[in-house]
Design a protein. Structure first.
Length: 487
């Protein structure tokens, strides 16, 4: 049993078991039946460009993800483009975050709290979603876990011992916060969360001054990116304004976190799981809500890292349950954490299976590329409505070999954009009238929106007036329709 293992080995197990547990969840069904959805397709096609082309693109679009794209470019260069290369960094990042939660829990509330919190993180549904996502949010979560762990190590009693050098750890803290901000600058919300922890434990003047100095350094380092990316705010113009029903999820999380914090018996002036976990959960959520009142930005993935606070609180509650059981039922107490983790994994099995299915995402760019490859003929033309659906050709160029992209005036790489630049409506109409067969790649009917751009309206009008449908396939949120010229 775990309690009979010597203390040094238990210290390693407390972070190693959650790491391996989360890693196993991440590797399970990693390819999602060989599917890639539109957000991941952006990562895929940008990572396949040269570093110079990526830099040129960041001046026009997606500067907020620039560091992540450059990182993925390096990985694609070394390991090749695949769903494994695309998603494995996120798997490893969440596994590392689980280890951070486990170490925090052990330090603040004991072995079982650490083990329970580390195991709990990988089971949270939102974490399950981003565990296998080729986007930067899992990496930010790992960085938030590391920065929080560094802060706690600087607030503990060992930091006050004579001769202990704290500057290297404060430097590491500032660098970690900065790197997270360069991956997603909304991660700077971790700083006010840490400020609440400092207030809760009644940190001394020296800790406050160092936190302010190194936090300000991280903010200053990220400020040029923040200001520059604000000029590209059209990218997030699709996010709807904040509504009451959007607050249900955060409300449930905060209520659950509050219940778990109560089991830790929080007190002002004491460094505890509640003093660290509750601010880490609540402050980023509330901060994003406040920002969204000014500009709509409320997407839970932007504050995914706040769920580390929830996992830490869940672990503390489990640790309290073990302590409550131990005096009367010592053998039963040892089974609380592994038993709850096993039952939760089984209870969440439908969620876990669903997150690993292509249907868990709004669309799949690879499946529609396969349909194009089956339906195309030499000399056919291809159109994309909206132009962003060109991502399927950028991720699977081989499927589109031999097709003429008649609307495209400048490729995405040449134009420094994600979707390329298309010709004007009159030119598109002229090109279309010279075609015999056209393949239209668009969204499936249940998610498609009426064309809004004049170019897309011109495409639809010519196809409706001069062509007839001979094939129509819908697969995993995308649609390919084959048109032949009338007469």
């Amino acid at each position: 049993m775990l309690c009979h293992i010597p203390a040094p080995r238990r210290g390693h197990l407390v972070w190693l078991l959650p790491f391996l547990w989360t890693l196993a969840f991440g590797l399970w069904g990693l390819s999602r039946q060989d599917s890639v959805w539109r957000d991941e397709a952006a990562t895929w096609q940008v990572a396949g460009r040269s570093a110079g082309e990526i830099w040129d693109m960041l001046g026009n679009v997606d500067a907020v993800h620039g560091l992540y794209y450059l990182l993925m470019h390096g990985l694609f260069e070394v390991f090749g483009a695949s769903t494994t290369t695309l998603r494995l960094p996120s798997v490893l990042a969440v596994a590392a975050a689980a280890s951070c939660v486990a170490i925090l829990g052990r330090r603040l509330a004991g072995f079982w709290a650490g083990l329970g919190g580390g195991l709990a993180l990988g089971l949270l549904p939102a974490v399950q979603f981003h565990l296998q996502e080729g986007r930067p949010y899992a990496l930010v979560a790992a960085g938030a876990g590391l920065s929080t762990l560094l802060l706690v190590s600087l607030l503990g009693p060992e930091a006050a011992r004579p001769g202990r050098r704290v500057r290297p750890r404060w430097t590491a803290y500032g660098i970690t916060v900065l790197v997270c901000a360069l991956l997603n600058w909304l991660s700077l919300l971790v700083l006010p969360a840490h400020a609440v922890t400092l207030w809760w434990v009644r940190a001394g003047r020296g800790a406050w001054l160092r936190w302010a100095a190194y936090g300000a350094g991280a903010v200053a380092g990220a400020l040029p990116l923040v200001l520059f990316s604000r000029g590209q705010s059209d990218q997030v113009s699709w996010i709807p304004p904040l509504t009451w029903h959007m607050l249900i999820g955060p409300g449930i999380l905060l209520a659950l976190g509050g219940l778990c914090a109560g089991a830790d018996r929080p007190r002002r002036g004491r460094l505890s799981a509640a003093a660290v976990g509750l601010p880490l959960l609540a402050v980023p959520q509330l901060g994003l809500i406040g920002i969204s009142l000014v500009q709509p930005l409320f997407l839970d993935r932007y504050v995914l890292f706040s769920l580390l606070g929830l996992a830490l609180l869940v672990g503390a509650a489990l640790g309290a349950a073990v302590r409550a059981c131990a005096p009367r039922f010592p053998r039963t107490g040892r089974l609380v954490v592994p038993g709850v983790a096993g039952v939760a994994a089984l209870a969440l099995l439908p969620v876990e299976l669903g997150q690993r299915a292509p249907a868990s995402r709004v669309d799949d760019v690879l499946s529609v590329a396969g349909e194009v490859a089956r339906l195309k003929r030499d000399g056919d033309a291809v159109l994309f409505v909206p132009a962003a659906r060109r991502d399927t050709a950028l991720v699977s160029p081989g499927a589109f070999t031999g097709l003429a992209d008649i609307a495209l005036a400048s490729t995405p790489a040449a134009s420094g954009t994600l979707k390329g630049e298309e010709a004007g409506p009159a030119r598109i109409r002229e090109e279309l009238l010279g075609q015999r067969r056209v393949l239209l790649v668009t969204d499936a009917a249940e998610v498609a929106k009426a064309p809004s751009a004049e170019r897309d309206k011109a495409k639809a009008a010519v196809l409706r007036e001069r062509f007839t449908v001979v094939e129509d396939r819908q697969v995993r949120g995308r649609r390919v329709t084959v048109y032949e010229r009338l007469g």
